[in-house]
Design a binder for this molecule. Sequence first.
Ligand SMILES: C[S@@+](CC[C@H](N)C(=O)[O-])C[C@H]1O[C@@H](n2cnc3c(N)ncnc32)[C@H](O)[C@@H]1O
Length: 327
Amino acid sequence: MSYTSLLPLLEKTGSILTPEKFQERINIVFHDFEANHYDAMHGDMWGSLQQQINLLIDDLLLYKNIDNNKLSLLDIGCGTGLSTQILLNSKLKKNIQQITLLDTSSNMLKQANEKAKAWNKEYKVVNSYLADLDEKFDIIIISSVLHHIPDLEPFLKQVDKSLKSDGILIHIQDPNGDYLNDKIYHERKNLYENILNAIPKKKKLINYFPKNFIKSIKRVLNRKDYIDLINDQLLAEKTIKRRMTADEIWTVTDIHVETKSDTINKGISLNYLKKQLENFKLIKMRSYGFYGFLKSDLMEDYKEKEEKLIQDNQLNGRNIACVWIKK
Ligand SMILES: C[S@@+](CC[C@H](N)C(=O)[O-])C[C@H]1O[C@@H](n2cnc3c(N)ncnc32)[C@H](O)[C@@H]1O
């Protein structure tokens, strides 16, 4: 169980909460503060995920005739609305009739609500957990969310309950659990990193000072970055008694993401999902991020190489995306 991995951090931060409550509060507070910067920080997702969604929709349409069906969509962990936006840019746009945007972060939902006004579709926003919804939907999209869910088993059971039979499940943008230690993936990733490292970097004046010095100057000037603000909030509400580093916060929120010290037990594994989603038929698994980055962030030559690997449907990229149908 992933919650037990949080015990050392609970002790370090002096938290008296249960690991479940500790994870819940940090996840919500982090995403509430991330909401204002999310779209600007995730240009790579805006630039690269449309292709992956388009490919998955083509895979789906080869298998299932949707024609004029009117579909209700649930976007779990909708964030600022990126995932629904790219679905609405795909061939499914004409079929999607009603949209439910679900997120545990109210600030993320504010951003999604602004985007939704331009969609010209019936929609609602829900600030809650999946288990609190009683409706069933025709499509569920889960984009960049599975790796945030500590206990995937009950979550996936709930996904099953929330989908109508013959409903469509799409998940995308999670670390590819079965391939994080793949030899060929690591060779590609290391090669690309070496190329990047060989490019001389222009050093800004600020880079000549130690990080802690910059931090204390910023504090004195009261120019807090959002990691400081997250800590202020967590301290004020007594989730923690001692401040957390950015990496510590990240290990709580991105609980299934690989770190330098743990690539073995991390990621979202297709083999695991197949066991959990026993009422589902896998239509297609796709992978991308073959050099460790999304395509839009790669140098031109490597964009072409990435494209070839995507078109060949190679499975050993950093990210996993799948489309399933509930039997
Ligand atoms: C990385 S963002 C992804 C947002 C969006 N789906 C996208 O692709 O850009 C993860 C989102 O999941 C939300 N989230 C995390 N855990 C959740 C949960 N258990 N239920 C619903 N939303 C959750 C977060 O608040 C955040 O908005």
